[in-house]
Design a protein around this ligand. Structure first.
Ligand SMILES: C[S@@+](CC[C@H](N)C(=O)[O-])C[C@H]1O[C@@H](n2cnc3c(N)ncnc32)[C@H](O)[C@@H]1O
Length: 219
């Protein structure tokens, strides 16, 4: 029998969080403020254990130059920026002035504002305007799902060999498995997952953390 990852019950999830490194006050306050200001949108924020994972992964890979597609109120950007050395850089891409205004405040509070450059524009425009050279050590994709494959195609050539790509929500909350789910958003995730799997420029694994996180290494 093939061994499978545990199906996380709420209790096991709580245990997992309780036995991972603690989430500090800055991130806890950010999560609470996001929930208060934007109750409809707060579910877009990454899970706390994903945040810990991003910091650890940035640190473990020695990442210096990072790009994020989809910043929202700043949770993942803080986690990524914290994993960088003092002279590291994070290019944060988003379109929302309102949501990223919160991010800017929390970048200051987390002491990482000097590492982050925010580009407020459709991320595809931002990425296409970058030199087509492999300058990034790590790329994180977490924006509009319909553009995932386009983001991937812009980012893979811009990540250095040995560098890492991370892609969030690759389970689409389980909807990828349900044939009745025919929305453009879910189909885009299915198409993206198949596209990335067939991409010989990377080796990858889908991690069952949060709503599914693809971890890919550029060959
Ligand atoms: C799932 S949220 C990102 C959550 C964030 N990573 C966090 O940890 O809180 C998706 C974000 O993508 C942004 N977005 C949507 N379409 C975009 C586009 N075409 N270009 C850039 N950002 C976009 C939204 O404004 C939103 O802030």
């Amino acid at each position: 029998m093939t061994r499978v990852s545990e199906n996380l019950s709420p209790e096991l999830h709580a245990y997992l969080v309780a036995h991972s490194s603690p989430v500090d006050e800055v991130l806890t306050d950010l999560a609470a403020e996001t929930e208060r200001l934007f109750p409809e949108a707060v579910r877009m924020q990454i899970a706390p254990e994903q945040g810990l994972f991003l910091t650890l992964l940035a640190r473990l890979t020695g990442a210096r130059d990072v790009v994020e597609v989809g910043t929202f109120t700043g949770y993942s950007s803080i986690c990524l920026a914290r994993g960088l050395p003092a002279d590291g850089t994070l290019l944060a891409c988003d379109v929302s002035e309102e949501w990223t205004a919160v991010a800017r405040r929390y970048w200051q509070r987390a002491g990482v504002a000097d590492r982050i450059e925010l580009r407020l524009a459709p991320a595809l425009d931002t990425l296409r305007a970058l030199p087509a050279t492999p300058r990034f050590d790590l790329a994180f994709i977490d924006a509009d799902k319909e553009s995932y494959t386009d983001y991937w195609e812009e980012l893979v050539p811009r990540v250095r060999p040995g560098g890492v790509l991370l892609v969030d929500n690759v389970f689409s909350h389980g909807r990828v498995l349900d044939p009745a789910q025919t929305s453009a958003r879910v189909q885009a995730i299915r198409d993206f997952n198949a596209h990335a799997r067939a991409d010989e420029r990377v080796e990858l694994v889908l991690l069952p953390i949060g709503d599914g996180l693809t971890l890919a290494r550029r060959r």
